[in-house]
Design a binder for this molecule. Structure first.
Ligand SMILES: [Zn+2]
Length: 410
């Protein structure tokens, strides 16, 4: 199918200037032309379905970097994940990917699921059985015996066991590896302030994953865990909470390590919308809220990391309590309102930078001829008012129309 999308402005994802009176031509699954409306010619318009949204802004589809698609996002998410069957996980997952896509997420990375449920879900999207974004999956996360998310199914303690676990996820079809380098609030009995693996084990994990062409994302709350990950060359830090091992203090931020994160080009997914969503929805405090007990200081640290050149990507931790699958727009909103970066910078994190972190920058992340047609039109101008990202009016995902001028088609 051929489309011509027209809107008052275009943000192409690369943080360049907003283009006025823009048009994008899509043929089959690919963007073929990006231009001003006056440059459209009769060949472009010939037999094209035209979507004209004056007042709107064209931009790349959102990239959600951190999801657990089989989790319920309800207050008893932990009870659900520990008691439900694979069949229920599949049903929850199919609802989750539909919800994400309907909010403008056109690429989504699942960062850890129970058993092997994400693989048939990914296949079902690819085969058109259910609607959903382009889905990349980590399979089960790798954790220590009794460690964070051990109930998901893969426990590995020694280097040898970790390497074997990576190879097993690779064999199942994982696109990424997820490893739990510290404890986590979701799992009772684990310690968010202490590492689960030493840096040597993490280094062995990185080397074997790289041999297989995979990148490693590591969950890390404790500062010691962050340091181990950075030393080991982990590709993507998740949470990066800088929690002190001393229970009497909250954070133990190390700017020198932040500089190393920037120098090594390690991407950070600070899952920074979670506390906002918990406040919004009035969740009772949980053990892991320690990482956000002083949000002002947390955002100060994140801003300092940003100023040192650390690259941020946009993960929601969707599926965790209060992180609903259609909540993506809160991430750039919090980046602007609490971290103090510009709307254009936040939009670039949510599109181009996240695509680079996935190694998919040639395919997605910007509106560029030759790339996959993952395109949104939002009402208003998000470069002026970031909250406009909540109002996604039109969605094209890999060349298929998901929502047209406010009407959902899936
Ligand atoms: Zn998570």
């Amino acid at each position: 199918m051929k489309f011509v999308l027209k809107a008052d402005r275009l943000i192409d994802g690369s943080a360049t200037e907003v283009v006025k009176n823009a048009a994008v031509v899509v043929e089959d699954e690919t963007i073929t032309k990006v231009c001003s409306q006056s440059e459209l010619n009769s060949v472009d318009l010939d037999s094209a379905h035209i979507i004209d949204h004056s007042g709107g802004t064209l931009m790349p589809g959102f990239i959600e970097m951190h999801s657990h698609i089989h989790c319920s996002a309800e207050s008893d998410a932990y009870e659900h994940i520990t008691t439900e069957t694979n069949e229920t996980f599949l049903l929850r997952g199919s609802q989750a990917v539909r919800s994400s896509l309907s909010s403008g997420v056109t690429t989504m990375r699942d960062l850890g699921s129970r058993n092997e449920v994400v693989f048939p879900l990914r296949q079902s999207i690819e085969e058109g059985i259910i609607p959903g974004p382009r889905l990349l999956v980590a399979g089960t996360p790798i954790t220590t015996t009794g460690g964070h998310c051990n109930m998901f199914g893969t426990e590995a303690d020694s280097s040898e066991q970790v390497v074997r676990a990576i190879r097993n996820q690779f064999k199942l079809g994982a696109d990424h590896i997820k490893i739990m380098s510290t404890g986590g609030g979701f799992t009772p009995g684990t310690n968010v302030r202490a590492p689960q693996y030493d840096w040597n084990t993490l280094k062995d994990a990185v080397e074997d994953a790289e041999r297989l062409g995979l990148k490693v994302a590591a969950h890390c709350h404790a500062t010691e865990g962050v340091k181990n990950c950075v030393k080991a060359g982990i590709h993507n830090l998740i949470h990066c909470s800088w929690m002190s091992e001393n229970p009497d203090e909250l954070y133990d931020y190390d700017p020198d390590v932040a500089d190393q994160i920037a120098e090594k080009g390690i991407y950070v997914d600070p899952t920074l919308a979670l506390s906002h969503l918990n406040n919004l929805r009035g969740r009772v405090k949980r053990a892991d809220s320690g990482a956000m007990a002083d949000p002002e200081r947390r955002f100060e640290i994140l801003r300092d990391m940003w100023d040192r050149g650390v690259k941020f990507v946009t993960g929601m931790d969707s599926g965790m309590t209060n992180a609903h699958f259609d909540d993506f727009a809160y991430i750039p909103e919090v980046m602007v309102n609490s971290m103090g970066i510009s709307p254009m910078e936040a939009i670039t994190c949510a599109t181009k930078t996240s695509a680079e972190c996935l190694g998919k920058e040639n395919e997605i992340g910007t509106i560029t001829p030759g790339k996959s047609a993952d395109i949104l039109i939002v009402n208003g101008d998000p470069s002026e008012k970031i909250e406009a990202l909540h109002n996604v009016d039109t969605i094209v995902s890999r060349g298929s129309l998901v929502k047209e001028l406010g009407q959902l088609l899936i």
